[in-house]
Design a protein around this ligand. Sequence first.
Ligand code: 5GP
Length: 187
Amino acid sequence: MPRGNLFILSGPAGAGKGTLRKILFREMPGLVFSVSCTTRERRAGETEGLDYYYISRGEFEKMIERDEFLEWAEVHGNCYGTRKKDVERVLDEGRDVLLEIDVQGCRLVKARMPGAIRIFITASSLDELENRLEERGTESRAQLDVRLRNAAMEMRHAREYDHIIVNDALPRASEELIETVKRYKKT
Ligand code: 5GP
């Protein structure tokens, strides 16, 4: 059986990655989302096992020692990692999987799995990102500043990706994302 496709979705906070991802999964029920492990606190509205596995730093470090991560990175002061065995199992079953990870993680995965398809979601400008993050209101001012500094860094890496989608209007951007993913479908 041919192995499934591995998609990587990255982009700065506030670009609308989460919203676009949810629309994509509604359209493509066969696609599997890789649930990451994180040491950050659960946000209101998030669900354990669906959005993330929320674990302590100690547990995270043990998983690093046991070499359980396909990749991991520190983002905005917290650790995030993709479990190797989950991704491998899904790909071996011939199903497509999507990782929503940062630019550092994307590089690590691409080095290990050169066939990975990288998609970058961005807003039209940094100002636009700031507005959206403020509207979302899920972060404190200090957390917001960290995310904005990181956003500028992430946007400089957009060129490394196979596809760049500017989320200036949700219906158009979601259509573009769905079309991009569908293009790689094997069946
Ligand atoms: P958030 O805390 O807003 O959910 O995510 C912060 C950042 O961490 C986002 O850029 C997200 O894509 C990234 N991220 C989430 N899971 C992983 C992961 O498993 N590995 C890496 N490298 N980044 C991740």
